[in-house]
Design a protein around this ligand. Structure first.
Ligand code: ATP
Ligand code: MN
Length: 485
């Protein structure tokens, strides 16, 4: 009989087919009960394999070391399970302890098998990959990332890598982190105006961590047609919300010859594709997260509860068209809403021209339409300089995709391809034409209509996993005053 090495996922998927095989599995002990049953997990799946140990055949020394969180390698024969709850189990012949776990010290960790708060999990980010909740989220996150690459690859997009360190000035996306090689313990070189002289810094200019790869993606799209970036993005936003990170991952497709309608179609199609992929490929994890979500809802006040279960919500997104409406229509709906008239918004609706807050976006999605919404044609004044001006002279071809429980998940636009209009806008908003000479150049040599958008990966993971805090869907969150691990 040949011995087979299996991940627990593969073995459990084989099911009864594996019966009588001699197998080797490795993993971490989740529990050991009655000195006989070990629940072993190796991270390949949320499910555990049950190891059956006849303690009469093992040294007490080994048995003593089979503690929660210890790692071990087990060899044995697959048998049909006697108990309920699993199809197969392993009758163990040999156990090798790989790493011990001290039961006394374990008490204070989240590895202790009992319910822990998400806050506590965050404090022990180095342990939380081993918990059911975080493990499930990480596998779903992986599945979504893979699906995103697959989607773009199958649709003729070229994956391009835009720089992480950039010299391009703020394009309005957010506050930036400076990148410097200056010795901050010493006096910094100053110019005649008394400002720090970055010409003496490493890059010979002021540089920062990227807030968006869009401008560079536009450059690539002007040669390659359809491109996308997928990389880390940094924003020094001092807003401590459940939807903002200082370091997050953004997917930014950019397409030549696309107008805003095509851009909206792409955003909707891509979201549906990747969510369907996760549902198909992570059934166990999503089942677990869905039960968790539903349980959490019952603990909320009635008016904050989601009307749909997590799985219903995901299915709803897949099978319904997103509502599309203009910013102007949205303001009217919000202004006339009972919610506004009863002064229930923290930020009251002041009328056309105001920027929408997350509470307004969520009202439209969760209360009014009960559907994902794409808002478009925003006032030029509240949007970035590169968005294409409409003929009315006051709105731009911007779009935001709004999701339940999240608010904005995607922000995008058709870009201004007319150099004269772009120049005027840059002047108005004080964006440096000198710095962005290369961006302007795109409009001088074969300019074309083009569009793109940015999708925040963590906001997508939040939605699919039914989680409420963005810190719980990224391995090591970076937020104001927090960069442990
Ligand atoms: P918000 O108004 O929610 O701060 P934004 O308008 O600043 O978002 P964009 O600049 O359009 O967002 O960025 C595109 C996408 O990136 C957003 O739709 C969102 O999914 C994501 N995103 C933006 N800022 C953050 C952040 N600080 N943390 C995580 N994701 C973010
Ligand atoms: Mn922002």
């Amino acid at each position: 009989m040949t011995m087979l090495n299996y991940t627990i996922k593969d073995l459990l998927n084989k099911g009864k087919e594996a019966v009588l095989q001699e197998v080797c599995v490795q993993g971490w002990v989740r529990s050991f009960r009655s000195n006989r049953f070990i629940a072993l997990n190796d991270g390949s799946t949320i499910r555990n394999i049950q190891l059956v140990v006849d303690f009469e055949n093992f040294d007490a020394e080994i048995l003593d070391k089979i503690n929660t969180a210890a790692s071990l390698k087990a060899i044995g024969e697959v048998i049909e399970s006697q108990g309920s709850g699993q199809e197969i189990e392993i009758q163990v012949q040999k156990i090798e302890i790989l790493g011990e776990s001290n039961p006394d010290e374990l008490q204070s960790t989240i590895l202790q098998p009992k319910a822990h708060s998400l806050e506590k999990l965050r404090e022990q980010a180095h342990h939380r990959f081993r918990t059911n909740t975080f493990g499930a989220i990480m596998r779903v996150r992986n599945s979504l990332m893979f699906a995103i690459h697959k989607y773009f690859n199958e649709n003729g997009f070229v994956y391009v890598n835009t720089p992480i360190i950039t010299g391009s000035d703020a394009e309005g996306a957010g506050e930036m982190f400076t990148v410097t090689n200056f010795d901050l313990e010493k006096d910094l070189p100053k110019n005649e105006e008394g400002n720090v002289d970055f010409s003496e810094d490493f890059f010979g200019r002021h540089t920062n961590l990227t807030v968006s790869g869009q401008l560079e993606a536009e450059v690539a799209a002007m040669g390659l047609g359809k491109v996308y970036t997928f990389g880390p993005t940094f924003r020094a936003e001092n807003s401590n919300t459940t939807r903002h990170l200082a370091e997050f991952w953004m997917i930014e497709p950019e397409m030549a010859f696309y107008n805003l309608d095509m851009n909206m179609d792409l955003a909707e199609d891509m979201l549906k594709y990747v969510i369907a992929y996760a549902i198909e490929n992570c059934p166990d994890d999503l089942k677990f997260l869905s039960d968790r979500f539903d349980k959490e809802q019952t603990q909320k006040p009635q008016n904050e509860r989601s009307e749909l279960s997590l799985m219903e919500r995901l299915e709803y997104v897949l099978h319904n068209n997103f509502v599309r409406l203009t910013y102007t229509e949205a303001i009217e709906i919000l202004q006339n809403s009972k919610h506004n008239q009863k002064k229930k918004f923290k930020y009251p609706i002041e009328g056309w021209g105001m920027d929408l807050q997350s509470e307004h976006e969520r009202y439209l999605v969760e209360k009014h339409f009960k559907s994902p919404v794409i808002l478009f044609d925003y006032p030029a004044k509240i949007k970035a300089f590169y968005m294409r001006l409409n003929d009315d002279g006051k709105t731009v071809r911007a779009m935001d995709v709004l999701f339940p429980g999240i608010g904005e998940i995607i922000g995008g636009s058709q870009r201004e391809e007319r150099l004269d209009v772009l120049d005027e806008k840059m002047d108005q908003l004080g964006v440096s034409k000198e710095n962005l000479w290369w961006y302007r150049d795109l409009r001088k040599f074969g300019t074309v209509p083009h569009s793109g958008f940015g999708l925040g990966l963590e906001r997508l993971v939040l939605f699919v996993c039914g989680m409420g805090n963005i810190r719980d869907v990224i391995p090591f969150p970076r937020t104001p005053k927090s960069a442990e691990f």
